[in-house]
Ligand binder design. Sequence first.
Ligand SMILES: NC(=O)c1ccc[n+]([C@@H]2O[C@H](COP(=O)([O-])OP(=O)(O)OC[C@H]3O[C@@H](n4cnc5c(N)ncnc54)[C@H](O)[C@@H]3O)[C@@H](O)[C@H]2O)c1
Length: 485
Amino acid sequence: MTLFKRFSDRRTTLRKLYGANVEGVKEAITVVGGGYVGLITSACFARLGHQVFCLEIDHARAEALQDDRLPIKEPGLAEVWERGRAAGLLKVTRSYREAMKQSGFVFLAVGTPAKANGAVDLRQVISAVRSAATATNGDSPVIVLKSTVPPGTAELVADVWREYHPDDEPRVVSNPEFLREGQAVFDFMRPARIVVGADERETAELVGALYEKLRRPVVYTSTRAAEMIKYASNAFLCTKVSFINELAALCEEIGVDVVDVSEALGMDPRIGSSYLGAGLGWGGSCLPKDIGGLIWSASRMGVHTPVLSAAVKINKRQIRLAAARLESLIGDLNGKTIAVWGLAFKANCDDIRESPALALVRLLGEYGCKVRAYDPVAMDESARLYPEVEYCAGPYEAATGADAIVLATAWSQFGSLDFDRLRTLVQRPLILDGRNFLDGEAATDAGFIYVGIGRAVAGPDFEPGNRDVLPHLQPARRRVRTRSA
Ligand SMILES: NC(=O)c1ccc[n+]([C@@H]2O[C@H](COP(=O)([O-])OP(=O)(O)OC[C@H]3O[C@@H](n4cnc5c(N)ncnc54)[C@H](O)[C@@H]3O)[C@@H](O)[C@H]2O)c1
C-alpha cells in the first residue's frame, strides 16, 4: 500500500509536468555532492521513498560511501543511510552518466566556499552543472540548487546549461537547505518550512511534491527570492548572536548577568529565545561564509550593510575578549597551561570549520600557552591543523595541571562533570565558560572560580595575595545561574 501510494503520488505530480503519459519519465533523484548536505539529502530522500543516486567525485570519499563508511557523524544519519541502502533506494556513484540516465531531478549539494575577499566561489556548482549537462541525452532534468548561493545563481546555472543544450529551456529551481549540523536529519525531516523558488509554478510544485510526505509548509517563490531567503536567514542568526555578545560585554562592566537578560528578552515572542546565548560566537561552515557572501553581494551592488559588517566584527572580537578575560585573571598567558573543552564549532557534530573553539586555540598558541584539548569527536581533524596541541582522552585528563579550563563547545557530557575531582587535578581552579553552559554554582561550591561570558566572576578567593587573580574577585561571592543547554 505504501509503495503503491508512493508511486501514485509521484505519478500525479509528474503528470502535471509531462501530461498524461508519464511512462518512461525518469523518477530518480541525483544528489551531487556527498558532503554534509548531500549525504543528509540523499539518505532522507531515500527515507521518503525516492530512488536516489548520491554522486560524489572525490574518489576516496565515494569509495568510503560505497562501503557505507560515512565520513560525518550526525545523529540518526547512519540509521537512515543503512535503511535506504538495504531497501535498494540509495546508490552511490561517481558516474554522472549512470546517474543522469535515470534521474528526473539533479540536486546540487556541492560546496560554495568563500574566497579570500568574501566572494562566493561557485566553481563546484558550475563544474557540476557542466558535468550533468555533458552526461544528459534526451530529456533535461530539473536542476535544483540546494547549495547556498548568491541571488542570481539559478540564472547563471541556466545559462551554463544552455551552452550544452541550446534548444532547451532549462528548469532551474532554488531549494535552499536550512538544516543545522548536529540535528541535520531531524531538521530535514521536520523543517520549519521548505522554500522552493522557480520561474514557473509547475516546476516548483514538482520539487515541492518530493517533500510531500513531510507535510510541512512549502513557500513557493522566485529563484532570486529563495536564494535571498537563505542568506537573510543565516545573516539574521549571526546578527542575533553578535547582538547579545555585544550586550554581554556591557553586562560584564555594569554587573548584570547577560543570561538573565537573554532569558527575559527571548520570552518576548517578537524576539524569540533561540540564537540569543552569549558565548564565544558563531562559526561553522555556513554562517561566516554566508554573511560574508551577503556583504560581498551587497557591496557589488553598491549597497552598504553596516549591521552585517558589525555582526562580523563583534564575532571576531569575542575570541580576543575571552583571551583578555583569562589574562586579567591569571596574568600573562605566556607559558600557562590552558585546558580547552570542545573543538567542534558546536555540540553534536564533528565539524571544525570556522570553529570559535579553534580560533581560541590558535590565539592561545600565539600568546605562548600550552593547550591541552579534548573533544568527543573532533580531535583527529583538529590534530591535522594544530598538531602542537596536546590532545587528551577526556575532560579530566585535559584539565590536569591546567592554569585555567575553557569550555568552548557545549557538549552535554561537560554538563555532568565532577567538579570536586576536577579541583584535585588542576593547577589553578579557574573555569572560563565560553558557552554559559556549566553549572557555575556547582563549580564554585567545589572551590572553582567560575567566569562566564557577560557574567560576573564568581567563586572563592583561591590564592590570597595573588593580585593577578584578585581584582575581579573583590565582591562577595555571587550565586550564578546556569542557562539550560
Ligand atoms: N553544512 C551545513 O550545515 C549546511 C547547511 C545548509 C546549507 N549548506 C550549504 O550546502 C552546500 C554544501 O555544503 P556541505 O557542508 O555539504 O559541503 P561539503 O564541502 O561538506 O560537501 C561538498 C561535497 O561535494 C563534492 N563535490 C564537489 N564538486 C563536485 C562535483 N562536481 N561533482 C560531485 N561532487 C562534487 C565534494 O567532494 C564534497 O564531498 C554549501 O553551499 C553550503 O553552504 C550547508
